[in-house]
Design a protein around this ligand. Structure first.
Ligand SMILES: [Zn+2]
Length: 213
C-alpha cells in the first residue's frame, strides 16, 4: 500500500502560475518555497500548460517540467509531484494507493463536458491495470452551484446531456456532473470539498471574483 499526499494551496502560498502575467522569477521562487514547505524535490514537480482540453499525459522522470496543451497528468513514479492550477475550476485527484498510481486533473467547464475525469480513470485502468474498487477521488475547493452562473445555451446543454438535477436556476454544479461521471464507472470513494472559491471567506484564488493574477 502506498501513501499519496495532496495539498490545496491558498493565496498565502502565492501565485504558482506562469500564465497570469506574473514575473517568471516570482513564480519560480513561489514554486521553490512550496517544495520546501511540502518537502518535495523541485525538479520532480510537473505542471501543465492547461488548455481546457481532455488531453492526458503519462509522466515519468524523463518528461518535460511543463507539459504543453494538457489538462491531466498520470504517474506511477513514487517521488513525482503533480501540480494542477485552478481559480474556480476543480482540481481532481484520482489515486490508486494499492498500485501507487496518481492522477491530477484540471476540470473546468470544458474539461468536464469533455468527460476528462472518466477518461483519466479509463487510462489508469488500461495503462496501469488499476481496479475501480481501489480508486479514490478528491475534489478541491472550487466554484459551487451557489455562484456558478452560466448562460442559457449552457443550461440547455446540461439539461440535455446530464439532466435537470444539475441545474439550479441559472447555475450549474460541475461537482455533481463530475461525481456522476465517476459514479457511472462504479467509483464509490469520492470526497468533494464543499468550499466555494468565489463566496467562501477562505483565501483562495477565484477567477470570477478577481480576474487579475
Ligand atoms: Zn459560492
Amino acid at each position: 500500500m502506498y501513501k499519496i499526499k495532496s495539498y490545496f494551496t491558498k493565496k498565502l502560498d502565492d501565485n504558482l502560475a506562469f500564465h497570469v502575467g506574473d514575473k517568471i522569477n516570482n513564480v519560480k521562487n513561489n514554486r521553490k518555497k512550496l517544495a520546501l514547505k511540502y518537502k518535495f524535490e523541485i525538479n520532480n514537480l510537473r505542471s501543465m500548460n492547461q488548455t481546457h482540453s481532455s488531453n492526458i499525459q503519462i509522466i515519468d522522470h524523463k518528461s518535460d517540467l511543463i507539459i504543453d496543451d494538457c489538462d491531466a497528468l498520470i504517474t506511477s513514479e513514487k517521488d513525482i509531484c503533480l501540480l494542477v492550477m485552478v481559480a474556480d475550476c476543480i482540481a481532481i485527484l484520482i489515486k490508486d494507493e494499492r498500485k501507487g498510481i496518481l492522477a491530477a486533473v484540471h476540470a473546468g467547464r470544458s474539461g468536464t463536458f469533455l468527460n476528462i475525469s472518466s477518461k483519466v480513470v479509463n487510462k489508469m485502468i488500461n495503462e496501469f491495470g488499476c481496479e475501480i474498487k481501489d480508486i479514490k477521488v478528491e475534489f478541491s475547493p472550487s466554484i459551487q452551484k451557489c455562484c456558478y452562473e452560466v448562460n442559457n445555451e449552457i443550461i440547455e446543454f446540461v439539461k440535455k446531456t446530464y439532466g435537470e438535477e444539475f441545474i439550479f436556476n441559472n447555475n450549474i454544479s460541475l461537482q455533481d456532473i463530475n461525481k456522476k461521471l465517476l459514479e457511472d464507472l462504479g467509483i464509490e470513494n469520492i470526497k468533494i470539498s464543499n468550499i466555494c472559491t468565489k463566496c467562501s471567506n477562505e483565501n483562495y484564488f477565484s477567477y470570477r471574483k478577481d480576474k487579475n493574477c
